[in-house]
Design a protein around this ligand. Structure first.
Ligand code: GLC
Length: 553
């Protein structure tokens, strides 16, 4: 019997099936202590703002102790709170407050790698080659007398004269995926694997002790009442047995996507089966949502009935303004849903990708399209994730080169800082546009551009046509339609492109979402328009870059 057949299907409707979750990037959300870095105190103070939007919960990116080489995705203690963000008491207060406001709380868990400062990695370094401590990670001996080359600021790396690492794998952030454990030593010739920066050593998931360790991490947060976990780089935990070279595509070995030896190994599914069992020991069941950056058919295998409940629809997250591409991806996701049961988990933005306003064309055009896109997103069947600032229509910021801190940028990759600039709460440039709640306030950790105040929350709250007002309205209507069963938890979606580049997603016989993606106005099929990104000038006619929710009958 396959593991799939052995599982009991989850109850027909769980809270997360049609939930909207708001991603909080704590260091850029609100700064409670005036040091220029967002924190738990800031989030506690501003939580009512999120509740008022009408979302079902928040996902917080890492706030656990970390050297902050990769803004917290280099974790040195999975069960703590970094003093930069506050204390465990504050986290407990936050959780309680969130629950009292009707918000679920999801945290990030980073199981592919930790920080090189993690005690278990430090113990492995100290224990030396061949030790059981080193078997918790991927240490591989190289020929004697070589030196290391990462040079990205980890405790273990220094600049290098060359040397032959164990294989040809590249880091997702650029450069090779290996660094010497002890570059000064002639006898310790081990290299260690890091798919990201040298300060983020990969765990060896073939060692059962690693799985046991993470069981404890899950239980720690679930016992506290945390409602779920977003699983970082969920498809990369297992590496091909023997760590063979990757077949280079066009002579290039990319960090993850084109390296089949580190991505989507079959053994990884066992981890999520085990985690699902843990998640379902709790009432209500805890949610697992995966960062599974794979094409729909492969990603859907992570949401089989006994694995995670959700995996982000990555092929959707990155779409440009192209109706054929939207329809193709939409239909692929629907096919995957029919095969494996789980509805797509929609998102258009997160802390790693260029803001949708900028991706869709910048300026007024980009803003109009981002409004239409978010209206479409919130009408689709399944769950949706919004990234902080998306409700404000924030554009990507071109962070000055001297202020960039992203380790991906430092290693030669793209810079992700432009989507991570602190939120503008007020129009007043003093106190960092209200980002800092106390005076005096240090400069924010990333500078805000001139004119940032035009997007301010305070301002948008007064404007009935603002992006914030539109997203709030869409969320409220979504709830109403769920309550009245116009939106069912098990709806599917059938996508097509009508004449004039009118993208349609038929959600049910009664309801469809339409987006005018062409250059001319287009007439909608029959029905009543319940919501549109811009007011309609003529009955059932959409101007270019407008979107609508339409009820038939
Ligand atoms: C995920 C995170 C990203 C981080 C990387 C390494 O992709 O979203 O921000 O840099 O994993 O942990």
């Amino acid at each position: 019997m396959s593991p799939l057949e052995e599982t009991t299907l989850a109850p027909a409707a769980e809270w997360w099936q049609s939930a909207v979750i708001y991603e909080v990037y704590p260091r850029s959300f609100a700064d409670g202590d005036g040091d220029g870095v967002g924190d738990l105190a800031g989030l506690i103070a501003r939580l009512p703002y999120i509740a008022a939007l009408g979302v079902d919960g928040i996902w917080m990116t890492p706030f656990q102790p970390s050297p902050q080489l990769d803004q917290g995705y280099d974790v040195s203690d999975y069960c703590g709170v970094d003093p930069l963000f506050g204390t465990m008491e504050q986290f407990d207060t936050l959780l309680e407050l969130a629950h009292s406001l009707g918000l679920r709380v999801l945290l990030d868990v980073v199981p592919n790698h930790c920080s090189s400062e993690h005690p278990l990695f430090q113990q492995a370094l100290a224990a030396g080659p061949g030790s059981p401590e080193r078997d918790m990670f991927h240490f591989v001996p190289g020929p004697e007398g070589m030196s290391d080359d990462d040079g990205d600021g980890s405790a273990t790396g220094t600049a290098d004269a060359g040397g032959v690492p164990p294989n040809n794998w590249q880091s997702v952030f650029g450069g090779r995926a290996w660094s010497r454990a002890n570059p000064a030593s002639q006898t310790d010739t081990d290299w260690y694997l890091h798919l990201f920066s040298a300060g983020q050593p990969d765990w060896n998931w073939r060692n059962p002790a690693v799985g046991d360790y993470f069981d404890g991490v899950l239980r720690f947060w679930f016992d506290k009442g945390v409602d779920g976990l977003r699983i970082d780089v969920a498809h990369a935990l297992f590496k091909a047995e023997g760590l063979p070279d990757s077949p280079a595509t066009d002579g290039v070995v990319d960090g993850l996507r084109s390296n089949p030896q580190v991505s989507d190994q079959e053994e990884v599914h066992e981890v999520y089966r085990r985690w699902r069992t843990i998640a379902e020991k709790y009432q209500p069941h805890r949610l697992l949502v995966g960062e599974v950056n794979l094409e729909p058919a492969r990603a859907a295998r992570y949401t089989r009935a006994d694995e995670m409940q959700q995996a982000f629809a990555f092929s959707f997250v990155k779409l440009d303004w192209d109706p054929e591409a939207w329809a193709a991806v939409g239909n692929e996701l629907e096919a995957a849903r029919q095969l494996h049961g789980a509805a797509p988990t929609w998102a258009l933005e997160n802390h790693d990708i260029v803001r949708s306003v900028t991706r869709f064309g910048s300026g007024e055009l980009g803003s109009a399209r981002a409004r239409a896109a978010v209206v479409a997103l919130l009408g689709l069947p399944g769950a949706a994730y919004l990234y902080q600032g998306q409700e404000l229509g924030l554009p990507e910021v071109d962070v000055p080169v001297e202020s960039r801190v992203d380790p991906m940028w430092a290693r030669g990759g793209v810079c992700r800082d432009g989507a991570r600039v602190p939120l503008p709460w007020t129009g007043d440039a003093a106190l960092n546009h209200g980002f800092s709640l106390t005076e005096p306030a240090a400069q924010p950790w990333l500078p805000v551009p001139a004119g940032w105040g035009t997007h301010a929350i305070e301002r948008q709250q007064q404007e009935p046509e603002s992006s914030l007002a539109l997203v709030t309205k869409a969320l409220q209507l979504r709830r109403l339609l769920q309550k009245n069963e116009v939106f069912g938890p098990n709806d599917g979606g059938t996508w097509r492109v009508d004449a004039g580049n009118l993208l349609i997603c038929e959600r049910s016989a009664d309801f469809f979402v339409a987006v005018a993606m062409g250059t001319e106005p287009v007439q909608l099929p029959a029905g009543s328009v319940l919501l549109s990104a811009e007011p309609l000038t003529e009955d059932r006619w959409l101007q270019p870059n407008n979107a609508a929710w339409v009820l038939r009958g």
